[in-house]
Design a binder for this molecule. Structure first.
Ligand SMILES: Cc1cc2nc3c(=O)[nH]c(=O)nc-3n(C[C@H](O)[C@H](O)[C@H](O)COP(=O)(O)O)c2cc1C
Length: 179
């Protein structure tokens, strides 16, 4: 089965996830091409194959897709797409559900969404540091409590996160009876 994995990543979490999923799917016998969404958009690098399934690996921005993933998604119609992503917020519970729903809706606009799986990503501490010193009234202020939660994201995606996304993807592909 031909699969193209497009990833968008700023600090490396999603690249790590996409590379791991690619490796595991290759080991399982799939023909997988790994593409940097940034190269595809900015340098117009095209995929070498006509994929049966596209895996869109995104990082979460504003509770949905990052801009590059949105841009690349807008180029496709009628494709079978699996969304996988790393997020800074809580994966489990209402927030994670909201992110998955937003991404699913974005994919379903012009394509067929086979599923959306998310896992924890590390939040960039450099970006957070400045916000810890903002006035408490600012909506961007990071409280000590929030900062403690951010510290817990460090080291993610870990092996368990990576394996959970591989299982998620493989289950979908198994249901397609092709991989
Ligand atoms: C500008 C910006 C906006 C973000 N917005 C969100 C958000 O709305 N929700 C969330 O859960 N994480 C958010 N994050 C955290 C990233 O989604 C998370 O750290 C992700 O793992 C980064 O992936 P990357 O290392 O591949 O760039 C944001 C990060 C940045 C830099």
């Amino acid at each position: 089965m031909n699969i193209s994995v497009y990833y968008s990543s700023i600090t490396g979490n999603t690249r790590k996830l996409a590379a791991y999923v690619t490796g595991e799917l290759r080991t399982a016998g799939c023909d997988v091409e790994l593409l940097d969404s940034s190269d595809t958009v900015k340098k117009n690098v095209r995929c070498q194959q006509e994929p049966e399934v596209i895996i869109l690996a995104f990082w979460c921005r504003r509770s949905g897709l990052d801009d590059l993933s949105t841009e690349i998604l807008s180029r496709w119609t009628g494709r079978k797409i699996i969304g996988i992503g790393t997020i800074g917020g809580n994966v489990r519970g209402a927030y994670g559900d909201r992110v998955k729903e937003n991404v699913m809706k974005a994919i379903e606009q012009d394509n067929i969404c086979l599923g959306v799986g998310i896992c924890q990503g590390s939040v960039d501490l450099k970006r957070i540091e400045r916000r810890r010193h903002l006035p408490k009234e600012s909506k961007h202020y990071v409280s000590p409590e929030k900062y403690r939660r951010v510290l817990k994201t460090q080291g993610h995606p870990d092996q368990e996160d990576l394996d959970s996304i591989v299982s998620f993807v493989c289950e979908i592909l198994r249901d397609l009876h092709t991989c």
